[in-house]
Every structure is written in C-alpha cells, then in structure tokens.
Design a protein around this ligand. Structure first.
Ligand SMILES: NC(=O)c1ccc[n+]([C@@H]2O[C@H](COP(=O)([O-])OP(=O)(O)OC[C@H]3O[C@@H](n4cnc5c(N)ncnc54)[C@H](O)[C@@H]3O)[C@@H](O)[C@H]2O)c1
Length: 442
C-alpha cells in the first residue's frame, strides 16, 4: 500500500465516547459475542481468539525488540465503551436467545442475565423467500423502500438513545439463498429505484447493508450471501465514506483449510482429493439444510482451495483435485460441530499419502472473537478516513471481498501479514518485508 493514499493521522486520535454495535440476527454467534464481551468486562472471561485483544505486532528491526500489543499500538475503542443492539425476527432478548443457542454455560449466562436481558431486538426486516427454513413473526411491514427507511430510523434512534459517538454493523443473520448479481445491483441509482419498486433482487441483508452504508456506518457481512458485495453498495460506501468488508466468517473447517493448504503448497506436495463433511445441530445447521441456503455456503467454502493452490501455475500438483463439501443438520450435536476432512495427497515420485482430521469445534466460540475484531478494526478504519472495501480484513473471511479485478487472497498467513502491515502503515511505522539483509555484513 502506498503512503500516498490519503489517511487521517491516527497518532493523536484516540476514540472518544461510546461505540454502538448493531447486529442484524441476535442468534448463536451474536449472543456468544455479546455475552463474551460482558464477561470479559467483568473479568470473568478472557478474549481468547481475538487479535485486537491478545496479539502483538513487531515494529522496526528484530533487534529493537518493540512488540506492543495491537490494542496498545493502534487507537481502538475500549471494550467498556461498546453498546449492543440489533434486530431479529424472534422477540427473545439476548439472555433468552443465548440460552436457546446453548453455546455458553448456563452458570455464566446467569451471572450476565441482568445485562443480557436488557438487550432486546428491534423488529427484523425479513422475507421468508430468502431463508426458507425460518419463520419468525417479529418483523416489520412495508415494501423494501419502507423497510430501508425504518432501518435507518432504528439506527438513528439507537445512536441517540444510547448516546453513541459512532456505530458499526455486522450481519450475524441467517444465510440467505444463493443469488446472482443482477443489473439492478450495478449502480446506486438502479438499486434505489429497485428498492422503491420492491424488486425481488434485493434481499433483506442488502436492505440492512444499504441502511448502514447510507448512514455512514461501517458494515461487514458474516454470512456467505450476497449483501454489500455489489457495485451499487460499493459505490454508496465511497460516497458516504464508509468502510465495508465481507464475507462469511472464517471459522472451523475453512480456517483449518486455509492453514493446511498453504503449507502443502509451500512444500510442493500434491493434492488429489479433499473431502470435507460436517454435522451440526444449531439453527444455522437447520437453515443450511435448505439446498438454496447450502448452495450459498458451498460456493463460499469451495473457492478457497482453488485460489490457494493455483492449479493454473502448478497443474501437475493441483489440476485434478476432487473437492467436496457437505453439511448435514444433526440436532443432537447442537452448536458443537464435528468436521471431518480426508485429504489425499502425494509426494516424491507421486507416492500417495493421507491426512485425516476430525475437528470437534464450537462454531460460535470461533466466530465471537472475529465479530469483536471486525467491530474494532472497522471503527478504526472509519476514523482513519478509509472507505470502501477493506481488503486487509480478509483474514476474517471465507470469501474475502476485493476490488473487482483482483482475485482474493485466502492464505491465512499472507492475510495476517497484510493486516499487520496495514496497521503499521496507518501508524506511519516501517512495513516489514522479512528480507532481513541488514542483520548481516556480507
Ligand atoms: N458460527 C460460525 O462459525 C459461522 C461461521 C461463518 C458464518 N456464519 C454465519 O453467521 C450467521 C449467524 O450464525 P448463527 O450460528 O448465529 O445462526 P443463528 O441461526 O443462531 O442466528 C441467526 C439469527 O438471525 C436471525 N435472522 C434471520 N434473518 C434475519 C433478518 N432478516 N433480520 C433479522 N434477523 C434475522 C434468525 O432469527 C437468528 O436468530 C449465519 O448466517 C452463519 O452461516 C457462522
């Protein structure tokens, strides 16, 4: 990234006042995140998995031994300044919803009950044709334009009532059906006309994204459906100077894929097959049991390997990979997903080998720190004067949103390098190339 790109100087800019966190979808991920932050604030939990809270960043030469925590290096909002709100299509408050999600221990939830109970959803903007396995009745009425107006009012009211200085919105709602880009997505003018005409090519998550971006509120999409990743909303994000990012939180099986695949490629080991199967029993699993919602997820999960392994550059190693991803709804598992992977790999002279992985993971436990980091980094980006797609946040997504002409970078370690270099760049610190010639006299 060139230093010539305009950015506000952040050195003197400490965030002041409250940061409102608006989450469409107060289900398993959202309530695990909110309850987690409340527990951390009380000192009864630790922010494990969060880069903003736990990771350091090296500055300057290795001999300088400067490795501050990221949160001490860049001016991030303090956890005590976060205020939570959101929408859902069910009336449950965050305590009830967290209890139903069954991710966190009931003893912990009881300790947080008074605060969680106070966080009540606003009525959702919902249409069952986009999430067929859900049917809630706590919803707004009106055509798409009216829904957008109501969401904008909600955002403004929330900000005022909670005396927030700034806001961030992260879509934690259910995965919507697979949709292709349509010409009404091509410009903000077409999009607004289509909102007024109540076009079926605009899904509920796009209406939330529109409302947020219109208000200058940074927006990220945690699910794989089409949302802010359309030219119309990218255009709007530049007009309103709003940072956006997406999509689909990188947790569980795909996280492991983006750790292992770059390693295999780095060592020039071949891959002939990768079979991934999951069982999960939460509401997300129920939604993904519908083939149209699964198709959205499948697209997001499948693209990862192709981009990492670059079969066009290494046809002998990666040209004929059989890659399959399955998700099955299995209620007894609850939120504790089991993800199996079988990898058929080959080495020297083509000799075959196998890797088997059985990851007993907790989806929302892996997603919650991502939600936290995205909120704090998107707020930072906004204060730094950055707008439009924030590719440096690719680290958190299965399908990173990039400029139209670019292919996404999926390798977790390249993504982390990019993220940290962006923070150094924001703070006018030297970028780290890992060349290291300066340590040797030869
Ligand atoms: N948990 C993970 O590891 C993970 C990883 C990647 C992506 N995701 C995605 O994150 C999203 C949330 O996951 P979850 O496990 O919390 O699911 P969940 O089903 O527990 O929660 C989603 C919530 O969204 C609500 N909702 C649906 N449509 C809405 C709308 N239009 N307006 C307001 N609320 C709406 C539902 O009622 C539900 O309460 C899903 O799309 C999931 O695919 C989760």
């Amino acid at each position: 990234m060139s230093k010539s790109i305009r950015k506000e100087t952040l050195k003197t800019k400490t965030p002041e006042g409250k940061l409102g966190v608006l989450l469409p979808g107060l289900g398993a991920v959202a309530t695990t995140f909110i309850a987690g932050v409340l527990a951390i604030r009380k000192g009864i939990g630790k922010p494990i998995g969060s880069i903003t809270q736990m990771q350091t960043v090296r500055l300057g030469k290795r001999t300088e031994k400067r490795t501050p925590l990221i949160k001490d290096f860049v001016p991030l909002a303090d956890l005590k300044d976060l205020v939570f709100g959101g929408w859902d299509i069910f009336k449950d408050n965050c305590y009830e919803s967290a209890k139903k999600a069954g991710v966190l221990d009931i003893n912990l939830l009881e300790k947080l009950k008074p605060e969680l109970e106070k966080i009540k959803p606003m009525r959702g903007a919902f249409d069952r044709s986009y999430v067929r396995n859900l049917d809630g009745d706590f919803i707004k009425s009106g055509n798409r334009w009216k829904l957008a107006e109501q969401l904008i009012e909600d955002i403004q009211r929330f900000k005022k009532e909670n005396k927030c200085e700034r806001l961030v919105m992260i879509w934690c709602g259910s995965t919507e059906i697979y949709m292709k880009r349509h010409k009404i997505h091509n410009s903000i003018k077409n999009f607004e006309d289509a909102l007024k005409k109540d076009s079926k090519f605009i899904s509920p998550s796009m209406i939330y994204a529109y409302a947020a971006i219109k208000e200058g509120t940074p927006y990220a999409n945690g699910a794989p459906n089409l949302s802010a990743d359309i030219p119309a909303l990218i255009e709007l994000s530049k007009i309103t100077k709003t940072p956006i990012a997406g999509k689909d939180f990188k947790t569980g099986q795909t996280l492991l894929k983006t750790i292992i695949a770059p390693g295999l490629k780095a060592r020039m080991l071949g891959l002939s097959g990768w079979f991934s199967t999951n069982i999960l029993g939460n509401r997300d699993g129920e939604v993904l049991d519908d083939p149209m919602s699964f198709k959205t997820k499948e697209k997001s999960k499948l693209s990862v390997l192709e981009y990492i392994l670059q079969p066009h550059l290494y046809p002998e190693l990666y040209d004929k990979i059989y890659h399959k991803v399955r998700i099955n709804y299995y209620p007894p598992s609850g939120d504790n997903k089991e993800a199996w992977d079988n990898l058929d790999i080959f080495g020297w002279l083509g000799y075959p080998m196998q890797i088997k992985i059985d990851f007993l993971c907790r989806d929302s436990i892996l997603a919650a720190p991502i939600v936290l980091d995205l909120i704090l980094f998107l707020d930072l980006a906004k204060r730094a004067g950055l707008s439009g797609i924030q590719e440096w946040l690719s680290f958190y997504f299965k399908s990173p949103q990039t400029a139209e002409e670019l292919y996404p970078e999926h390798d977790l370690f390249i993504q982390l390098t990019k993220l940290k270099n962006t923070l150094r760049w924001m703070m006018d610190e030297e970028l780290i190339t890992h060349l290291g010639r300066e340590y040797y006299n030869t």
